[in-house]
Design a protein around this ligand. Structure first.
Ligand SMILES: C[S@@+](CC[C@H](N)C(=O)[O-])C[C@H]1O[C@@H](n2cnc3c(N)ncnc32)[C@H](O)[C@@H]1O
Length: 224
């Protein structure tokens, strides 16, 4: 098992990663439109299962502000209006891909208290931040570089989350533990990263029928 990264990417590498990820997902949404395949997912069922796990970090009994990191075409906002319509949610989705945000704006323009932006870093502090699927496709970046990038992204999410954050990761396939261009990991390095680098406790949610896990990180001290 690899250890969690102990340093960040330099700015040039970070820009290269963002540009390649943006280009990969822009191609998907342009090819398939605002449906799960447009965000590189198999189905709305598995997309919703992921949202269900990530949103375990949130307390829906009171109004809340939520950052959706790598929001794609805005499927989480639809999920929230279907399943959490009783809670007042100040939602902000942001994504590297202008083509994704164009679709999100088009789909969601009638919902108030919701916004979408093209951005690579959290534009504001919210109660919670969630990210579904943003670490899975590493393209041609070496695993070590990708892990530094994942760590850096978690630090940014943590600094912009008053109460907690949640992210998901693919776990290794026993037949092919290191598939080309994908990032698969066991939970332990990232639980350790949360403890040592974010000074936060992390809970692992697994066994929900997908080859992945969700990390719920509580930030009771306001993420700072
Ligand atoms: C697999 S898609 C999932 C989209 C959405 N979360 C969903 O579940 O429908 C991942 C999205 O994250 C975006 N993304 C990846 N890394 C990002 C980052 N560091 N900052 C902002 N957006 C990012 C990609 O452009 C892509 O739209």
């Amino acid at each position: 098992m690899r250890a969690a990264p102990d340093r960040e990417c330099d700015a040039r590498v970070l820009d290269e990663i963002h540009a390649s990820v943006e280009s990969y997902y822009s191609e998907k949404i342009i090819a398939f439109g605002p449906v799960p395949a447009g965000a590189d997912w198999d189905s709305i069922i598995t997309q919703d299962v992921r949202f269900l796990q990530l949103l375990r970090i949130c307390d829906f009994s009171a109004p809340l502000a939520l950052n959706d990191v790598g929001c794609g075409y805005g499927a989480l906002l639809s999920y929230l209006s279907r399943y959490h319509g009783e809670t007042e949610i100040d939602y902000l989705g942001f994504d590297l891909s202008p083509a994704m945000i164009a679709q999100a704006d088009r789909l969601q323009r009638d919902l108030s208290r919701a916004g979408f932006r093209v951005a690579a870093h959290s534009p504001r502090v919210a109660d919670y931040s969630v990210a579904s699927g943003i670490f899975n496709v590493r393209l041609d970046h070496p695993v070590e570089t990708w892990e530094r990038y994942v760590g850096q992204t978690l630090v940014d999410m943590h600094a912009h989350s008053r109460r907690g954050l949640a992210v998901n990761f693919m776990t290794p396939d026993p037949v092919n533990a290191d598939p080309e261009r994908l990032y698969c990991t066991m939970p332990e390095p990232w639980v350790q990263f949360a403890r040592d680098r974010l000074r936060s406790s992390a809970k692992v949610v697994a066994g929900y029928g997908l080859r992945e896990f969700t990390l719920l990180i509580s930030t009771p001290d306001g993420g700072r």
